[in-house]
Design a binder for this molecule. Structure first.
Ligand SMILES: Nc1nc2c(ncn2[C@@H]2O[C@H](COP(=O)(O)OP(=O)(O)OP(=O)(O)O)[C@@H](O)[C@H]2O)c(=O)[nH]1
Ligand SMILES: [Mg+2]
Length: 294
């Protein structure tokens, strides 16, 4: 088809600024998990929108951290780098009130594709003139291709993103077949839904020391049967994960199953096991096995 446009759009920014919330809004599906804790997203997750004459492939990415402390975090930053290499357009998300924006000039200097700054969470500011003032400041400071203030959470102004992007899309045939909305398999989403509940239900280090591995995913006519291992790094974390009388783990299971049933639109049977896999976050081979970038 002539004049068909398509491209890769990388959504990048610091942890917790709302990248995943934005991608889910743009795609209209809950592909990425969202929690109030930083560093929720660990992978590059694509969300695909196909129209009559265009295809946009968004990439949600892990939040950028300056000083990765362990190999898992290094791998997360590797996902960000790779997504930038592919990008035709970059959506740099900053949250309203975000301080220390110096890194943005650095980022803009490194990236030689159009960068659009998304000023997110503007619902936190009642005074509209203050938002406009902030947009103006950002424009003068960084001079990006465009700046769009929005609220990803409330879907305010998010419909303005696509028209802006289209201006920068190269002419190119579609990368993915029509109807495909992501690059990730169903098992991935099953594990992410469990991980989201772990981030919501546990405090401090436990979510960060956890990984979910789908051991079995069997789709039958009326039900999907899923068995998953939750890996933690220490015996003490295993105890916390299971909780007194197994109550904590049960809550995770119930909440995860409910979300899976909504996501897969089918009844789900879920079995969870907690196992200790000492220092998995620091082990290259294990990270690779779990689908992280080496
Ligand atoms: N008030 C407000 N909160 C928002 C908005 N967008 C996202 N949030 C909240 O910000 C928190 C982080 O959202 P995420 O979408 O997980 O952020 P992220 O940038 O993907 O975070 P990481 O994956 O950890 O890098 C969640 O509690 C969201 O509900 C917004 O427009 N307004
Ligand atoms: Mg995220």
């Amino acid at each position: 088809m002539s004049n068909f446009k398509s491209g890769f759009i990388s959504i990048i920014g610091k942890p917790n600024v709302g990248k995943s919330t934005l991608m889910n809004q743009l795609v209209g599906e809950k592909l990425s998990i969202i929690t109030s804790k930083a560093q929720t997203t660990r992978h590059r997750i694509m969300g695909i929108i196909t129209g009559d004459d265009f295809q946009v492939v968004y990439s949600d990415t892990p939040g950028i951290i300056d000083d990765p402390a362990y190999k898992l975090q290094e791998s997360m930053m590797q996902f960000v780098r790779i997504s930038l290499e592919d990008a035709d357009v970059v959506l740099l998300v900053i949250e309203y009130g975000e301080k220390n924006l110096d890194y943005i000039s650095e980022k803009l200097a490194q990236i030689d594709v159009p960068v659009i700054i998304i000023l997110n969470k503007i619902d936190l500011e009642q005074a509209q003139d203050k938002v406009l003032q902030k947009v103006e400041e950002l424009r003068q400071q960084f001079n990006p291709k465009a700046i769009l203030p929005l609220s990803a959470l409330h879907g305010f102004n998010t419909q303005e993103v696509l028209p802006l992007i289209k201006d920068f899309l190269p002419e190119h045939p579609a990368y993915f077949p029509e109807g495909e909305i992501t690059d990730k398999p169903e098992r991935f989403f099953a594990s992410e839904i469990i991980r989201e509940k772990i981030f919501v239900y546990y405090k401090q280090e436990v979510p960060y020391a956890s990984e979910v591995v789908i051991m079995s995913f069997k789709e039958q006519k009326n039900i999907i049967r899923i068995i998953a291992d939750i890996l933690v790094e220490r015996e003490s974390q295993k105890g916390i994960m299971i909780g007194k009388g197994g109550i904590a783990l049960k809550s995770v299971g119930v909440a995860a199953r409910r979300d899976m049933e909504a996501f897969f639109d089918k009844q789900v049977y879920l079995e969870l096991y907690v196992k200790v896999d000492k220092d998995w976050r620091k082990n290259d081979k294990k990270l690779q096995k779990f689908g992280y970038q080496g």
